[in-house]
Design a protein around this ligand. Structure first.
Ligand SMILES: [Zn+2]
Length: 283
């Protein structure tokens, strides 16, 4: 996947060679934290013998607070992930340039042993591609390969990047998910850039397989973002969540890719049709 992403960066003709080299250097420096850490916290000094449930919770919290306090002015241990690996989540951490894929996301519709290649790419594949893309979204791109807030872009490339992001923001601003509301493009730009970058990377992998089943891939992608929801919850997400609404994570993302139009024979005038010059993927 990193190799395919490298080819993607090499194919971006709006960047100069100087910035591209830095981007590839950053890509190659990404640390992959997969499933569970090699370093585990030592709880051997914590005794819960004979305690009630409530007292156990208190004791664990107290133990963790003392451990955290002990880190003050100490060196950072890069082996420490500091997260609950049972969460259904994956994330990019710009401060150590790491992609984190937790144990909790490696099940159900994201990843199963019995999945086809198309289902894996449409499930966990796009998620991993999404997290890699966060290294190059409008926030992540401000951090260098070592996780320091330091500019590695030429002025010219940074302006071109901002212009591309502004087009994406302007497009999301036009979407009306419910009457009386539009999508705040600026709030969702990072996640939208990452969604599109992740799918683009998977489609580049797909292109190497002449028998690739695009319908199955797109269906799996739509499946991971389906959810039962209420109007009130969606309105809350629309105004508070940096991710686009789930149905837009599917629809607005797939509108950017020719493979989607070809698979379902989408033509001008169809509801999801977006003319090539109006497509807004930053990467
Ligand atoms: Zn994200």
């Amino acid at each position: 996947m990193i190799g395919t992403y490298r080819e993607m960066l090499q194919g971006e003709d709006w960047m100069t060679e100087a910035t591209r080299e830095k981007a590839i250097e950053k890509l190659d420096s990404i640390q992959i934290h997969a499933v569970y850490p090699d370093y585990w916290y030592d709880y051997s000094d914590l005794s819960l013998d004979g305690l009630s449930y409530w007292d156990c919770v208190e004791a664990v919290k107290d133990f963790q607070t003392r451990r955290d306090r002990g880190r003050t002015n100490q060196e950072v241990n890069p082996q420490e992930w500091g997260v609950n690996i049972l969460e259904t989540n994956a994330y990019y951490n710009p401060q150590d340039n790491s992609v984190n894929i937790l144990l909790g996301i490696l099940g159900d519709e994201f990843y199963r042993d019995d999945m086809t290649e198309e289902e894996m790419l449409g499930g966990i594949g796009v998620v991993i591609g999404h997290e890699i893309s966060h290294a190059f979204d409008t926030a992540g791109a401000q951090f260098d390969k070592d996780g320091n807030l330091a500019n590695w872009w030429t002025e010219e490339d940074l302006a071109a990047f901002a212009e591309r992001a502004d087009r994406l923001i302007a497009y999301y601003d036009t979407i009306i998910p419910f009457e009386g509301y539009t999508v705040p493009g600026r709030n969702v730009q990072g996640e939208a850039i990452a969604d599109m970058g992740g799918v683009k990377c998977m489609l580049a992998i797909a292109a190497e397989d002449p028998d690739f089943d695009y319908d199955s891939f797109f269906r799996q992608f739509a499946t991971i973002w389906r959810r039962l929801s209420t109007y009130e919850y969606e309105v809350d997400c629309l105004t508070q969540d940096p991710h686009p609404l789930h149905f837009l994570r599917t629809n607005a993302t797939l509108q950017q890719f020719e493979e989607f139009y070809e698979t379902y024979d989408i033509q001008p005038g169809d509801g999801m049709y977006l003319a090539p010059e109006k497509r807004v993927a930053v990467w």
